[in-house]
Ligand binder design. Structure first.
Ligand code: URA
Length: 458
């Protein structure tokens, strides 16, 4: 006898079962994700779903099902089916201030033999976004269609671009509703949101950079560890091998904050003119993990050698230049004499009222200062000023005085400079004694057997 297909359960019935802690089947989860994507679930119902998951949690198996159903809500890219014959690698950061690793790591991975279609986002809150940084390049097309994306990855090995609307559309709607219902901070929802897009992008191996500290979305180590574990577990269960490093975000990772300023820092790094130490160490650590995970190096020593070689022989810089040209930017961006990036009208150092050693930095405040200068958004569709921000940012433990400023502020006019200078001074705590510096890399998280906790620790 043929089994008759069950009609999908009504949204209110699924929500009631969720509220009562009853198990949902795979078909239930697929039907609720379909309801999110096709609009048959109303905003109130999607909001109730987000609140139920946020407050009651979701087990590991259901989070994996939710992630896979969200992946399948739109197009799923298949690179190998199109003849791409090398590993497809990606790195995802939970967001920070002065974190420009993607700009330098993606071309390094490509130079080491990977394909890197890196689908990136815009700035969010106080954190910068890779796409905003790249859009400081005149002509750069951050939203190519799929055919162009494939061509650029085939020709250059990488493309750092925005995710098209057809990738995991269920996440787009769910994220928008979470944003206005106080349900962003939920481990299963964050996990399903991030991973559905990575899985849809056809990645073979994923390295997660989970930030911790006052400039991170998860500020305590416990919270960052819980997020790292959730992402690594669910990613691996969903078929995407993943590892995470928990890295410090209690100060900007690079000495530049702001779109064109971070991009300039990335160009200097690739050309070998200046490699700020903390940025370099985090970049090499993430890159080594990823080359090993993706099978392009047999151990961390070989991986690091490969990464350093592609910096020294210029092949990583060449990859970046090639990608920029292929996506519409100028062909001489990496020429030190070229002047393509916008510069702010007012650039001047800001000194501390009294000298001392930097013992704490309110990193979030620095990020918001750049947003207030116009380098980020207060409204979703607002245009931004790519030129503004901070450079030569003093780091933890350094001495600032009448000669060494806290930073240079790049602003649109003198009044904006003065407001940013006041904020900058408030963001710094100075003492006479040298502070204890936080570890740069706190922990490495690998897949483990066992159930996950579902809630973000308080
Ligand atoms: N980034 C995402 O893509 N989703 C989240 O939920 C949080 C960060």
């Amino acid at each position: 006898m043929r089994a008759t297909a069950q009609p999908p359960a009504l949204p209110q019935e699924l929500l009631r079962r969720l509220r009562l802690g009853q198990a949902l089947s795979s078909a239930d989860i697929q039907s609720l994700v379909a309801g999110i994507s096709d609009g048959s679930w109303g905003d109130a119902q999607v909001g109730a779903l987000a609140m139920a998951i946020c407050t009651l949690g979701l087990g590991e198996a259901d989070t994996t099902r939710l992630t896979l159903a969200m992946r399948d809500s739109g197009r799923v890219l298949d690179w190998h089916g199109l003849g791409f014959d090398r590993p497809v690698l990606d790195k995802h950061s939970t967001g920070g201030v002065g974190d420009l690793v993607s700009l330098v790591l993606a071309p390094m991975l490509a130079a080491c033999g990977a394909y890197v279609p890196m689908l990136s986002g815009r700035g969010l809150g106080h954190t910068g976004g890779t796409l905003d940084k790249l859009e400081a390049i005149p002509g750069y097309q951050a939203q190519p269609d799929l055919a162009r994306l494939r061509q650029v990855v085939r020709d250059t090995g990488l493309a750092i671009v925005g995710a098209g609307a057809d990738l995991a559309p269920a996440d787009r709607r769910l994220y928008g509703i979470r944003d206005v219902t106080g349900t962003v901070e939920s481990l299963p929802l964050i996990t399903a949101s991030i991973l559905s897009k990575k899985l849809a992008a056809g990645t073979d191996a994923l390295l997660l950079d989970i930030k911790t500290g006052n400039g991170a979305s998860m500020s305590t180590l416990d919270q960052s560890r819980a997020l790292a574990r959730s992402l690594v577990q669910i990613s691996t269960r969903a078929g995407l091998p993943a590892r995470a490093l928990i890295t410090d975000m209690s100060q900007p990772l690079a000495p530049a904050v702001g779109n064109a300023l971070e991009l300039r820092c990335a160009l200097d790094y690739l050309r070998g003119e200046r490699r700020p130490e903390r940025l370099h160490r985090v970049n090499l650590a993430l890159g080594s993990e990823l080359l090993c995970l993706g099978g392009l190096a047999s151990d961390p020593v070989e991986a690091e050698e490969k990464l350093l070689r592609c910096l020294e022989d210029g092949s990583a810089a060449e990859r970046f230049a090639h990608m920029v040209t292929a996506l519409g930017g100028p062909s001489d961006l990496l020429d030190p004499a070229a002047r393509h990036l916008p510069a702010a009208a007012v650039v001047a150092p800001v000194f501390a009222a009294n000298g001392g050693r930097v013992s704490a930095i309110d990193c979030r405040r620095l990020g918001m200062l750049v947003v207030a200068l116009g380098g980020g958004r207060s409204q979703p569709d607002q245009s931004i000023d790519h030129a503004v921000g901070l450079s030569e940012v003093a780091e933890l433990g350094s001495v600032v005085d009448g000669e060494r400023p806290l930073a240079f502020v790049h602003a649109g006019d003198a009044a904006a400079h003065a407001r940013a200078a006041a904020e900058l001074r408030l963001a710094y705590t100075l003492t006479q004694a040298a502070p204890t510096l936080p570890p740069l890399i706190h922990e490495r998280i690998e897949f483990q057997t066992g159930e996950l906790p579902c809630a973000v620790p308080g």
